[in-house]
Design a protein around this ligand. Structure first.
Ligand SMILES: Nc1nc2c(ncn2[C@@H]2O[C@H](COP(=O)(O)OP(=O)(O)OP(=O)(O)O)[C@@H](O)[C@H]2O)c(=O)[nH]1
Ligand SMILES: [Mg+2]
Length: 219
């Protein structure tokens, strides 16, 4: 199976024209899962594959008349080790990076997440999300400069009351799509080439027919 979750089978099954993968990063308990659930609550949610390490949410939407299948990847647990398995990043088209406005440490850890993201996916759009603003609206006055410094889009959101949740996810899908369409990312080019390459290049294995020697005559 393809670790990137991109397969023609899925495109057929969901009658989709295009498929994008969006990953979610951030410390434990910042609200990554709650944000996904909040967004998907009204959305079409045909499938949820769950393992102890990963939840994959499938979502379809129509953009400019095209049906887009979105794979949202969410982790459970791995982020405690502050390092994700490389397959998590594999072929991702956008990243939603979350911190908890009530816990400063989760904001301070953003550069660590961002560094790892960029090691695997140097070019993909990354959206920075300050979650849990419902707990204290005053935080929206604060200056969280990380996103600005990196030139990344920034959102104040609340998974609890829904503030800006749809906006973040819709933007993420749009950015993922435009990335996919316009990407000059070298690794993406390579992956595209590999996908087109017919792996079914069976070398004429008939050559290794072994000459059957007659059984030694038993006297
Ligand atoms: N007040 C408030 N609490 C929230 C919000 N979003 C999440 N929470 C709470 O924060 C806790 C953690 O939320 P999760 O969505 O499980 O966090 P997570 O990032 O998925 O955590 P891991 O799966 O452990 O990495 C839960 O108790 C949520 O109810 C929010 O917007 N406001
Ligand atoms: Mg979670």
């Amino acid at each position: 199976m393809d670790a990137g979750g991109i397969s023609d089978l899925d495109l057929d099954k969901y009658d989709a024209d295009e498929q994008v993968k969006i990953i979610c990063l951030g410390d434990s308990a910042v609200g990554k899962s709650k944000l996904m659930e909040r967004f998907l609550i009204d959305g079409y949610r045909p499938q949820q594959l769950s393992t102890y390490a990963l939840t994959l949410y499938k979502y379809t939407t129509t953009i400019n008349g095209q049906t887009v299948l979105v794979d949202f990847w969410d982790t459970a647990g791995q982020e405690r080790f502050r390092s994700m398995h490389p397959s998590y990043y594999h072929k991702a088209h956008a990243c939603i990076m979350v911190f908890d406005v009530q816990r400063k440490i989760t904001y301070k850890n953003l550069p660590i997440w961002y560094k790892e993201l960029r090691e695997y996916r140097p070019e993909i759009p990354c959206l920075v999300v300050a979650n849990k603003i419902d707990a204290d609206m005053k935080v929206t006055q604060k200056n969280f400069s990380f996103a600005k410094k990196q030139g990344l889009p920034f959102y104040f959101v609340s998974a609890a009351d829904g503030t800006n949740v749809v906006k973040v996810f819709k933007d993420a899908i749009q950015m993922a799509l435009s990335y996919k369409r316009n990407s000059n990312d070298f690794m993406d080019e390579v992956m595209r080439e590999l996908e087109n390459f017919d792996l079914d290049s069976k070398e004429s294995s008939d050559k290794d027919e072994e000459t059957q020697e007659g059984k030694p005559d038993s006297a």
